[in-house]
Ligand binder design. Structure first.
Ligand code: IMP
Length: 223
């Protein structure tokens, strides 16, 4: 069975719209420090697969504000807890040039790992390159000289297939009571994500788009 590595049941419910058989796996994988969602998710997927011994998906998401050079991006969670979403909205408004608009994007990367190789396809495959390994730093086994460490940090670990979903919008004053995180300051098609119903949000969200791509590929792979 496919395991979605998360403690968020809402994410699993959303994933069930695209996948027949998926259940949550509450496992705390190492979140490496990186400015790439793909690197973070790939490292997590490798580690979670080594732990679970089953096919896994790990997601990583963030808000990328154009006027802030993509900030907070992969640091969205930390920035939400420290600066807060209103603070990010004020920062974005302050940094906006007159000719620069208020554009932003939510991005989500889903990383899939089942320990197998993947056939060529347009979606990228992360093969545990040196950047990921360097960002993760040497772990206990590597320090002890064990090149076969199987906890996800091994640069020669199994490949990970990546699926990205993006939704573009504008940063606005907070509106709406629904959703979570940055939803109240992110407007898409005239509504903030916090003003949308769950179904409306899922239909256009970055995670929904990444899950749809993944679901299509996964069904073909399982046939
Ligand atoms: P995570 O990768 O799902 O843990 O999300 C990382 C950060 O992005 C957290 O601060 C979330 O609140 C924020 N975030 C992720 N997805 C969404 C979304 O759909 N709406 C609003 N904020 C989100």
């Amino acid at each position: 069975m496919l395991r979605y590595v998360t403690t968020n049941e809402g994410k699993v419910a959303e994933a069930r719209e695209y996948l027949d058989d998926v259940s949550a796996l509450a496992y705390e994988y190492t979140e490496i420090q990186s400015d790439s969602l793909a690197d973070i998710a790939a490292r997590g997927a490798r580690e979670a697969h080594a732990h679970a011994g089953e096919p896994v998906i790990v997601d990583d998401a963030g808000l990328f504000v154009d006027a802030l050079g993509g900030f907070p991006g992969p640091y969205s969670s930390y920035v939400e807890d420290t600066v807060g979403i209103e603070g990010v909205g004020r920062l974005a408004a302050r940094e906006r040039d007159e000719d620069q608009d208020d554009r932003a994007a939510f991005r989500c990367v889903i990383a899939y790992c089942d320990g197998e190789e993947f056939a060529a396809s347009p979606d990228p495959v992360e093969r545990g390159d040196r950047v990921t390994a360097a960002a993760a730093g040497p772990d206990e086994d590597e320090r002890a000289g064990d090149e076969d460490a199987d906890d996800g940090s091994n640069p020669s670990g199994p490949p990970v297939k990546l699926f990205e979903g993006v939704v573009r919008g504008r940063i606005v004053e907070p509106r709406g009571d629904g959703g979570f995180g940055y939803d109240p300051i992110f407007e898409h098609d005239g509504q903030t994500m916090a003003e949308m119903s769950t179904a409306e949000k899922n239909a256009i969200s970055h995670r929904g788009r990444a899950l749809a791509k993944f679901g299509e590929w996964y069904h073909e792979r399982s046939e």
